[in-house]
Write a protein that binds this ligand. Sequence first.
Ligand SMILES: [Zn+2]
Length: 356
Amino acid sequence: MEPVSTHQPTPELHLFDRLPDGLATVPVEQLGSILPGPSLVRIAGQPGPPLFISVLLHGNETTGFLAMQRIISAYGAPQKLLPRPVLLFVGNVAAAEKGLRKLDSQADYNRIWQGDHHPEHLLAERVLEEARKAAPLCGIDLHNNTGKNPHYGCVNRLDRASLSLARRFSRIIVWFTEPHEVLAVAMSEICPTVTLECGVSGDLTGTSHVENYLRHCLELPEETLFTPPPNHLNDLYHTTARLIVPEGREVGFGRCAGSADLCLREDLESLNFEPVPAGTELGRYAGAAPALRVIDNLSRDVTGRYLSFTENRIVTTVPFIPSMFTLDTKIIRQDCLGYVMENYRGKDEISSESEG
Ligand SMILES: [Zn+2]
């Protein structure tokens, strides 16, 4: 195996003052022929503040990029003006060409927006600097997930504009504060921002859903866009912890071969966004417990609060609602197995118009 250098050069941010030719039609695998790397592209629109839209922070999550290509073609940009200008950040071009979340030598492009552990942090700073200058109307970060999940919108602040942006995409809204190194947390200091989880990458229904959503954001008056529909808090969830597999543990699903330290139920993804009662078996483990850890928003190990490990069975000890459970072992290693959520019932706090 090649040794991985710990001193990667900082990726440069490429600025485009107009839409480069061919961006609307280039296949993702050839994106590097149009954009030499992470790029911020201005797409001209009618006078007014732009939408900040980010795609491909994770290279294998193509729905946002494909929806933007459709938008560019449908509105005839750049020959014709969009109803609003767009500041489009195309993130991990190198990984996108290979169909990967990230290259092994890279930081995760959605974990570089706070702190300074990675060379890519400087790239993030440059993007935020340009975003601040542009004073966008709102920010929209487009993602896919690997597990079976509904489409949903995430917010990092509970103000009416952010909640409205999320609710216009889906009935289901997730409020999270961790991981705090994501783009949306940084952008929500600048303007109302949502992260949209658009189902599995490559699913055309997801592309159409995002395309329609972006049309609304381009065309609706600001006041309408930022006014949540009635009952918008009915399906608001709060992410309280995440489940991780300790390093070096082998994960399997269903009937596992002998080598797996952790053997999870194969229908794990069907639990996403479903209330899971206490006493539910998530899987089995071999060797010493815990084979699965639960980490809360303050990075504390709270495994004992959620899971019990007895007779090689992993069983939930309190009711909770999981999200983003995935069977993709690479994602489990690079990110996590999934998140623990609870229904958020802080309606009184929210209805008193919080600051934007
Ligand atoms: Zn993503």
